[in-house]
Design a protein around this ligand. Structure first.
Ligand code: FAD
Ligand code: NAI
Length: 469
C-alpha cells in the first residue's frame, strides 16, 4: 500500500493552485486539490480578474455610446443601462470559466476536495472532515483584501465595499469614493464612472499606480482627471461613519494637517491585498510567515519545511494571476524532478482601464538606480498620437517607452499606455526574455497598421531615429 494518499495535494484552486494540480497530474503524479469555495478558480475567476474584466468590457461599450465616441464615428445611439443584464453576463462569464476548471480537473484526474484545509503535520491535512495525506503539499491559498482601520467593509449594505462588493452593486452610485489609486481602485472606479457615478480617488501617495514607471504614473493622473475622476493625491482617510445609505469620510493630508469631510453613497476600499494563511495550521508544521504575512520560498518554490511548497499571492512578488500560474507549472515540474523556472524579472503588469497601462522589466527610475548613473540608460518614447492605427481609431492617448542599457543596448524595460497596451506588452516581454536589444526590436518587421508599430518606433527612438515623429 502507498505510504500517502496522494503524491501531491494542492491547497487552493486559484490560478496558482489549479494550474499546479493539472500540471502535476499531467506529469503522472496522483493529485488532489483542496478548495474551500464552492467553485474552482480562486479569486481570479470568481471575484477578481474575470468578473472585473466582464464589467470593464461592457461598461466601455456603454461609455463609448454615451460619451460621443461612437457618434464621432457616425453611430448615433442613445444607450439605456440594463444593469441586471450587465451583471448577468458577468456571472455567465464566471460560471463558464469556473465550470471549465472543474472539467479540466476531471479530464486530468485531479480529485477536488471541497473544504477548508488545515495542516496536521507536514504530510497530513484535514480538509473539512476528511484527512488527506500527501508526499508533497503545495500552499496556494492566495490573498484577500487588506482592511483599513476605521473604515469597516460591509458588502451587503453596498455602502462601504471591497472589490467583491463593488462588482455586485445593484444600482449606480451617485457619488463613489475610491480609497487607494492602485489597480483595483482605477479599474472598478472606471467601471462605475462610465456607468454614471461621480468618482473621487483618494490616494496616499503623490501619484497613482505605485510600482509603474514615473512617466506612466504622471500620465495616468492626467488621463483619469480628463475622464472626469476627481483625484485627491497625498491624502489619507482617517475615519468613516455610516448613517443609512451615506458614508462620511474624514480626510487628512498624508503629511498631516487640517482634516475635512467627504460624503459618498458608496466607498470602495482598495488599499492592497494580504496573503491568506489564517486557519491553515502553519504552526503545526513549524512554518512562520515573514513581516508582510507571506510564506518565504527558495528559487524552486520550496518552503523551509521538507515536502511543503508555496506559490502565488501567498509568497513574495507581484500579486498577479499569470505569475501564480507560471509558478504553479514550475513548482509541479520541480516536484516531478524536472527543472521548473520562472523569470521573476519579467512579469508583465497591466491595468485594464481605458486606455490600458502596461509594463514589463525596470522603470526608468529603477534602471538608473541599478546602473548607477543616468548616462548609462537610454530611453526612446513614441506617442500613440503618431501611430496611424491609434489615430484612425480615435485613440490618441498614451505612448510607448523603451528603456535600454546605453552600453549594450539591451532592453531593460518597456512601458505602454494604449487602448491595447495589455496585448502589446506580450511582444516586449518575449523580446526581453530572448535578451533583445532595442535595435533587434527596431529592425523587426511589424504589421501595418497596428498599435504594436509604436513599440518598434519607440525602439527606433532609443537609437535616435524614429520615422513618424
Ligand atoms: P487565489 O486566486 O486567491 O486562490 C486561492 C484559493 O485558495 C481561493 O479560492 C481560496 O478560497 C482558497 N483557500 C485559501 N485558504 C484555503 C484553505 N485553508 N483551504 C482551502 N482553500 C483555501 N490579476 C491579474 O493578473 N490580472 C487581473 O486582471 C487581475 N484582476 C483582479 C481583479 C480583482 C478585483 C482582484 C481582487 C484581483 C485581481 N487580480 C488580477 C489578482 C489575481 O486575482 C490574483 O493574483 C490571483 O488570483 C492569485 O492566484 P492564487 O492562486 O495565488 O490565489
Ligand atoms: P494596489 O497595491 O495596486 O494599490 C493600493 C493603493 O492604495 C496604492 O496606491 C497605495 O498607495 C494606496 N493606499 C494604501 N493605503 C492607503 C490609505 N490608507 N489611504 C489612501 N491610499 C492608500 O492594491 P489594489 O488596487 O487593492 O490591488 C491589490 C492587488 O490586486 C494588486 O497587487 C494587484 O496586483 C492585484 N490586481 C491586479 C489587477 C491587474 O493585474 N489588472 C487588477 C486588480 C488587482
Amino acid at each position: 500500500m502507498a505510504e500517502y494518499d496522494y503524491d501531491v495535494l494542492v491547497i487552493g484552486a486559484g490560478p496558482g493552485g489549479y494550474v499546479a494540480a493539472i500540471r502535476a497530474a499531467q506529469l503522472g503524479l496522483k493529485t488532489a486539490c483542496a478548495e474551500s469555495r464552492e467553485t474552482l478558480g480562486g479569486t481570479c475567476l470568481n471575484v477578481g480578474c474575470i468578473p472585473s474584466k466582464a464589467m470593464l468590457h461592457a461598461s466601455e461599450y456603454f461609455d463609448a455610446a454615451s460619451n460621443g465616441a461612437m457618434a464621432d464615428m457616425g453611430i448615433e445611439v442613445s444607450p439605456k443601462l440594463n444593469l441586471d443584464k450587465m451583471h448577468a453576463q458577468r456571472r455567465d462569464a464566471v460560471e463558464g470559466l469556473t465550470k471549465g476548471v472543474a472539467f479540466l480537473f476531471k479530464k486530468n484526474k485531479v480529485d477536488w476536495k471541497n473544504g477548508h484545509a488545515t495542516f496536521q503535520d507536514a504530510h497530513t491535512v484535514k480538509v473539512g472532515d476528511e484527512t488527506v495525506t500527501a508526499k508533497n503539499i503545495i500552499i496556494a491559498t492566495g490573498s484577500s483584501v487588506t482592511p483599513l482601520p476605521g473604515v469597516e467593509v460591509d458588502n451587503d449594505s453596498q455602502v462601504v465595499v471591497d472589490s467583491t462588493g463593488a462588482l455586485e452593486l445593484t444600482s449606480v452610485p451617485k457619488k463613489m469614493v475610491v480609497i487607494g489609486g492602485g489597480v483595483i481602485g482605477l479599474e472598478l472606479g472606471s467601471v462605475w464612472r462610465r456607468l454614471g457615478a461621480e468618482v473621487t480617488v483618494v490616494e496616499y501617495l503623490d501619484a497613482l499606480l505605485p510600482g509603474m514607471d514615473g512617466d506612466v504614473r504622471k500620465e495616468a493622473g492626467k488621463i483619469f482627471k480628463k475622464q472626469g475622476m476627481e483625484l485627491r493625491l497625498s491624502t489619507k482617510v482617517t475615519g468613516c461613519t455610516v448613517k443609512g445609505k451615506t458614508a462620511t469620510l474624514t480626510l487628512e493630508p498624508a503629511a498631516g494637517g487640517d482634516s475635512e469631510e467627504l460624503e459618498a453613497d458608496c466607498v470602495l476600499v482598495s488599499i492592497g491585498r494580504r496573503p491568506n494563511t489564517d486557519g491553515l495550521g502553519l504552526e503545526n508544521i513549524g512554518l512562520e510567515t515573514n513581516q508582510r504575512g507571506q510564506i518565504e520560498i527558495d528559487h524552486d518554490f520550496r518552503t523551509k519545511v521538507d515536502g511543503v511548497w508555496a506559490i502565488g499571492d501567498v509568497v513574495p512578488g507581484p500579486m498577479l494571476a499569470h505569475k501564480a500560474e507560471d509558478e504553479g507549472i514550475a513548482c509541479a515540474e520541480n516536484i516531478a524532478g524536472q527543472t521548473g523556472i520562472v523569470n521573476h524579472d519579467l512579469i508583465p503588469g497591466v491595468v485594464y482601464t481605458w486606455p490600458e497601462f502596461a509594463g514589463v522589466g525596470l522603470t526608468q527610475e529603477e534602471a538608473i538606480e541599478k546602473l548607477g548613473d543616468k548616462s548609462k540608460v537610454k530611453v526612446g518614447k513614441f506617442p500613440m498620437m503618431a501611430n496611424s492605427r491609434a489615430k484612425t481609431n480615435h485613440e490618441p492617448e498614451g505612448f510607448v517607452k523603451v528603456i535600454a542599457e546605453a552600453e549594450t543596448d539591451r532592453v531593460l524595460g518597456v512601458w505602454a499606455i494604449a487602448s491595447v497596451a495589455g496585448t502589446m506588452i506580450a511582444q516586449a516581454t518575449q523580446a526581453m526574455e530572448f535578451g533583445a536589444t532595442s535595435e533587434d526590436i527596431a529592425y523587426t518587421c511589424h504589421a501595418h497598421p497596428t498599435h504594436s508599430e509604436a513599440i518598434k518606433e519607440a525602439a527606433m527612438a532609443v537609437q535616435g531615429k524614429p520615422i513618424h515623429v
